[in-house]
Design a protein around this ligand. Structure first.
Ligand code: GLY
Length: 396
């Protein structure tokens, strides 16, 4: 357990004169490029979905079964917000029905990523259009997610059957992003069970997943019989004691989202602690390597982790008082990350089935989606652009 967690200071960053306007112009120029890519992909995927990551530069087409399919739906909702072109809304609403069927059939729902899936599809639909059926589907998903909650140790198990000895009692940092679905279910049903489980889970993540130096384990095992902590390790990171970049990004954003639902100031502070650790390990171009322990400039980048971080930093900017010493730096860094992504990582010669944000890593050691586009990288790039140019009403 982390007794006291150290928050590293960051070097202050200030935008140069004219830099903000130059980035805004860069974003304005990127929007039509992205929308054309979304149009091509809408035809290419039809009523089906992109796989989690590209293979040889193109997404395999899949049914609505992966943990990532809603990132495509989320892109459609954002495209609709940007343009109010109803073609995007019509396709996103078709997805909502698909997500309804998926939860009713319990089709590939035996994992904790129901928050990712149902926030960006059904919660978004409800927030944007008042779709009540979508809200009901999201409640059903929250109910299914609750089946993974271990009462004794207060965590939601990430993967596998609840009695699988390899996975039993394993929580992972990514889950922080799945918890908003539970808070929303309590808000819409009046049943406190969902929010209580989410609060217990985030408290255990705060205690055990975060290390004393402000880095994070990817995964941590709890004893489901005694409730005691066991040990942390990694699944997608470089090593058990390294810090997987995307996990850290899920942590920065996820602790912050949980702060928004609970008002627990410790989570706001923790989000900054994780952010500072991340920022201090960024290469010069601000796009991280796939693990924060890596320093070799030939290491693969995970641009998706930097896209997630940019979104989280822009949300931190919204939450922190104007006098906060790191607030200006967080905004400057997020805007520069966006600029770098648009300059060097955006797929500007997009062909049908390709992604938007190049050079991500899904699972390095499994050799899956290495130096490819991935569904969440594309989504978070669009969310970052939306956040940078508007006062966005979040889907999370
Ligand atoms: N949540 C799984 C991943 O980020 O790869």
């Amino acid at each position: 357990m982390s007794a006291t967690i150290r928050k590293e200071p960051i070097v202050p960053v200030v935008l140069r004169s004219g830099e903000r306007a130059a980035i805004a112009q860069k974003i304005r120029r990127a929007l039509p490029v992205i929308l054309s890519a979304i149009d091509r992909n809408s035809v290419y995927f039809g009523s089906r979905f992109p796989d989690a990551a590209c293979e040889d530069g193109r997404y395999p087409i899949i049914d609505n079964q992966e943990w990532t399919t809603s990132f495509w739906t989320g892109q459609l909702w954002l495209a609709w917000e940007w343009t109010r072109n109803d073609a995007y809304r019509t396709l996103a609403e078709q997805h909502v029905r698909s997500f309804g069927e998926r939860i009713a059939r319990r089709d590939h729902t035996n994992h904790h990523d129901l928050g990712f899936l149902y926030s960006l599809s059904c919660i978004a639909a409800n927030k944007l259009t008042g779709n009540r059926e979508a809200a009901y589907i999201a409640q059903q998903a929250a109910e299914v997610l609750m089946e993974r909650y271990h009462e004794k140790c207060g965590i939601i198990q990430a993967w596998g059957e609840l009695d699988n000895p390899e996975q039993q009692g394993r929580m992972i940092i990514d889950c922080n992003m799945n918890l908003p679905l539970l808070y929303q279910a309590s808000a819409s049903t009046g049943d406190p069970r969902f929010a209580e489980a989410a609060k217990n889970h985030i408290e255990q993540a705060r205690r055990y997943i975060v290390r004393e130096d402000g880095s994070t384990f990817h995964t941590y095992y709890m004893d489901v019989h005694t409730g005691e902590p066991r040990f942390g390790n990694t699944h997608q990171g470089f090593s058990d004691d390294s810090c997987w970049s995307r996990g850290q990004a899920w942590g920065v954003y996820g602790f912050l989202l949980n702060y928004l639902y609970t008002g627990d100031e410790r989570l706001l502070e923790l989000s900054q602690t994780l952010a500072n650790y991340f920022i201090n390990r960024l290469p010069e171009d601000l796009i991280c390597y796939w693990d924060l322990a890596l320093t070799d400039p030939h290491s693969e980048r995970d641009s998706s982790a930097s896209a997630i971080l940019a979104c989280a930093l822009l949300e931190l900017v919204k939450q922190l008082p104007a006098t906060h010493p790191d607030r200006e730096s967080y905004e400057a860094l997020a805007l520069r990350m966006i600029a770098r992504m648009l300059d060097d990582y955006l797929n500007t010669v997009h062909k049908a089935g390709e992604g938007l944000l190049q050079h991500s890593v899904y699972y390095f050691k499994g050799n899956v989606g290495v130096d490819e586009c991935c569904a969440w990288g594309d989504y978070f790039l669009m969310e970052a652009l939306t956040r940078a140019t508007s006062c966005w009403n979040s889907y999370w």
